[in-house]
Design a protein around this ligand. Sequence first.
Ligand SMILES: C[S@@+](CC[C@H](N)C(=O)[O-])C[C@H]1O[C@@H](n2cnc3c(N)ncnc32)[C@H](O)[C@@H]1O
Length: 230
Amino acid sequence: MTNDLLPAPAGTPRRDRAGDVFAAALRDRPGPHWLVHDDGRHRALPVRRWHGPPEPATRAVVARCAGPTLDVGCGPGRLTLALARAGHAAVGVDVSSYAVRLARSRGVVALRRDVFAPLPAEGRWAHVLLMDGNIGIGGDPVALLARCRDLLRADGTVLVELEAPGPGLWRGHSRLVSRDADGEPRPGAAFRWARLDTVAAHGVAVAAGLNVRTLFAAGRRWFGELARRG
Ligand SMILES: C[S@@+](CC[C@H](N)C(=O)[O-])C[C@H]1O[C@@H](n2cnc3c(N)ncnc32)[C@H](O)[C@@H]1O
């Protein structure tokens, strides 16, 4: 288990297989699919939810948005859609071309981009969203949040989904595990991933140049709103 704030090992490519892995789960619906972490924890991937309409918990997130919002790792774009329906300028970005096609087919603006590569309107977004475990993107939450901070305007915030208090920060490798035609578990390739809970979020945010402004729950899910420091 890795639970410190160390940067990723030198020479580790920033962009890894995560986009391909999630695209495979999106294609092969309805699953089941699990995300299995190398600390032994696992969780079923809510792929049906990603394909579905915005669920009630998204309202609490959308209600905190006021201005142009970037939905990072948008998948099929249900959050981007919820934002657009609420009257916000919203753009989804995802490394997976399949996810971007699905999002566009819902009528939202979506771009195929790696969050760590140049993005439109850097430094001018009112909000950046990291939902559905997307704090794991790249396997280094400090680097990801620092990148999101650079995308924000001075009074902007990052809205991030977190784990309930308890497990802290974990960084490591994860795999998508699906069932093959015989019902046997089929593990995919490992990719770098991370998880972050509401307690560890404070230290990670500060290391990324942000402060946790507020934590809130919607149903059984937890979220944080992080504002720029200074
Ligand atoms: C856990 S899924 C989240 C699903 C999504 N929020 C939804 O509603 O469908 C992670 C998403 O992040 C995308 N992703 C992974 N690495 C990325 C990167 N470096 N930049 C942008 N998107 C990335 C994946 O392609 C995938 O769609």
